[in-house]
Design a protein around this ligand. Structure first.
Ligand code: KG4
Ligand code: ZN
Length: 333
């Protein structure tokens, strides 16, 4: 089966052609530059940029792969959650190709695609625990089997990637903040500032990040943004996030101790899984608990169409084909 997939839920425009044997015939990701000067994603600009870029990416993808559109068996696109303008552009573009080629369309949930991204390069054993760490979501899921995904906890305010982005903005590091904070943190002292750990003592699996951003905001008002200050605060902030994620991962594993659920492996997915410092810490926690940890391949960590194609392949079923499926910014799993 040859799948054509499109991702446009935020500020990455991406197309992938993947075969059901996992072969990626072509995969292109265009990160929209236009948002950098605004310090965050501007939805209207994002949808316009998707519209402009999709057609070029589409031509490039087919040219590179030497595949003809007539060879595609299924067309799939992210239909939510995300920014409605981008979702509409991507889904309508892909549906039109499906109609034109008289082939089916399979709608994809963006979060589900992140969640199944580690099954591309790993043998998942169930029950499986997933930490989803993106710019819009921070959630912990339990997957009892391929079709049973249960939400165990999530952020009650900002998402973890959003916290990186907002702190990055306060420190004048541009957008997105995550990669730049990781770079600057390497030169800073992580013990300089003691940041709050919200909901630390509660055993539940919810997160809160907005207070940390406020705390950083107060620090930036009291200090000038010297190189040393930015590096030290980046390192302290990154360590603080690492502490929170480690506590919550351990809480999640502890919550199964007296239950007949024996977690076999953990997946860390979404853009924040790019962070090597966080990766190392979470790996340590799973080692201590004798559990395997999985991360997606590099090109499936940040938003991308390969994970959309892979999710389409994983869940493909004729009953799910739906040309009339409406893009939904709040689409739930
Ligand atoms: O999964 P993703 O690409 O898009 C969403 O679905 O939101 O995640 C984007 C988020 C951004 O907030 C970005 O700052 C964060 O992932 N991110 C990082 C790093 N690289 C990307 N956060 C921390 N460290 C990184 N190296
Ligand atoms: Zn995402």
């Amino acid at each position: 089966m040859l799948v054509f997939a499109v991702e446009t839920s935020c500020d990455e425009t991406s197309i992938c052609i993947m075969e059901s044997n996992k072969k990626i015939h072509s995969h292109m990701i265009y990160s929209q530059e236009i948002h950098k000067k605004h310090g965050g994603v501007v939805p209207e600009l994002a949808s316009r940029a998707h519209l402009e870029i999709l057609q070029k990416l589409y031509l490039d993808c087919f040219k590179k792969s030497k595949i003809s559109i007539n060879d595609i068996d299924v067309f799939s696109a992210t239909c939510g959650p995300g920014l409605i303008g981008g979702l509409l552009v991507g889904s309508i573009f892909t549906k039109s190709l499906a109609i034109g080629s008289k082939k089916p369309f399979l709608p994809i949930n963006h979060l589900e695609a992140h969640i199944t991204s580690t099954s591309y390069n790993n043998e998942i054993k169930y029950p499986h625990l997933i930490m989803l760490l993106t710019g819009g979501h921070t959630q912990i899921y339990l997957m009892q089997n391929k079709n049973n995904i249960k939400l165990l906890g999530e952020t009650i305010d900002d998402a973890v990637g959003e916290a990186f982005d907002k702190v990055g903005k306060l420190l004048n590091l541009g957008y997105p903040g995550g990669p730049e904070i990781e770079k600057r943190a390497a030169y800073g002292n992580k013990n300089t500032y003691q940041l709050p750990i919200p909901l630390a003592s509660s055993k539940n699996l919810d997160f809160s990040f907005s207070g940390i951003k406020t705390f950083v905001n107060i620090l930036t008002k009291k200090n000038s943004l010297t190189k040393k200050f930015v590096n030290d605060l980046s390192a302290s902030f990154q360590k603080n996030i690492e502490d929170i994620l480690s506590i919550k991962l351990q809480n999640a594993l502890d919550s199964f101790k007296n239950k007949p659920i024996n977690i076999k492996n953990v997946s860390i997915v979404g853009g924040v899984a790019n962070n090597n410092y966080i990766k190392k810490s979470l790996t340590k926690i799973t080692k201590k608990n004798n559990i395997e940890i999985f991360f997606p391949i590099n090109e499936m960590i940040s938003d991308n169409a390969a994970m959309i194609a892979w999710n389409c392949i994983c869940k493909y079923d004729e009953s799910l084909l739906d040309l009339n499926f409406k893009a939904n910014p709040r689409l739930a799993i």
